[in-house]
Write a protein that binds this ligand. Structure first.
Ligand code: IMP
Ligand code: MG
Length: 173
């Protein structure tokens, strides 16, 4: 599987407790309205599936796939959607779900693109936040863990597409 794991940073119990906490907070923050939980693929797929089962109110689920261009393309201001949600965004409360915020570049571009679709509200939920997000122009409303500045894998997060299936979050050697 490529590189070796160094240490377990968040185990399955840590994650389950945090996801339940996030689900509760999200449920409270949206007492009414049409809530659309938008998962950013691929990294959020496991987190999102656990999270929505902890939000005890009506909601819809859809996904986004953003193009993974190199830094130059991102800093030139374009993020392209390889999969654009079919769900109508206008007038809805949109919760964009991301696995981890690093520089915040991806999220900033996506937020701008989604805002243009006139949702009722638009917020970010990230399982992990490295707080190095110098380029993030939008606050992350719901954060799971303040992550250490290490490369993390598992629970959806990958290194070269490996390790996504590991049920806990670990750092790499
Ligand atoms: P940003 O645009 O720099 O915030 O990058 C965010 C994206 O980079 C995330 O959605 C992840 O796909 C990836 N990423 C950043 N840090 C890590 C990490 O520690 N492990 C795995 N993927 C990461
Ligand atoms: Mg990713």
């Amino acid at each position: 599987m490529g590189r070796a794991l160094k240490r377990v940073v968040y185990d399955e119990r840590d994650i389950a407790a945090k996801v339940a906490e996030l689900g509760q907070a999200i449920g409270k923050a949206y007492p009414d309205g049409d809530l659309l939980v938008l998962g950013l693929l691929k990294g959020s797929f496991i987190f999102l599936s656990d999270l929505v089962r902890q939000i005890h109110r009506p909601l819809q689920v859809d996904f986004l796939v953003a193009s993974s261009y190199g830094d130059n393309t991102f800093s030139s201001g374009n993020v392209r959607l390889l999969y654009d949600p079919e769900t109508e965004l206008e007038g809805k409360d949109i919760l964009l779900v991301e696995d981890i915020v690093d520089t915040g570049r991806t999220l900033t571009r996506l937020m701008e693109l989604l805002k243009a679709r006139n949702p009722r509200s638009l917020e970010i939920c990230a399982l992990l936040h490295k707080h190095l997000a110098t380029e993030l122009k939008y606050p992350v409303k719901f954060t799971g863990f303040d992550a250490p500045n290490e490369f993390l894998v598992g629970y959806g997060l990958d290194h070269a597409e490996n390790f996504r299936h590991i049920p806990y979050i670990a750092s790499l050697q």
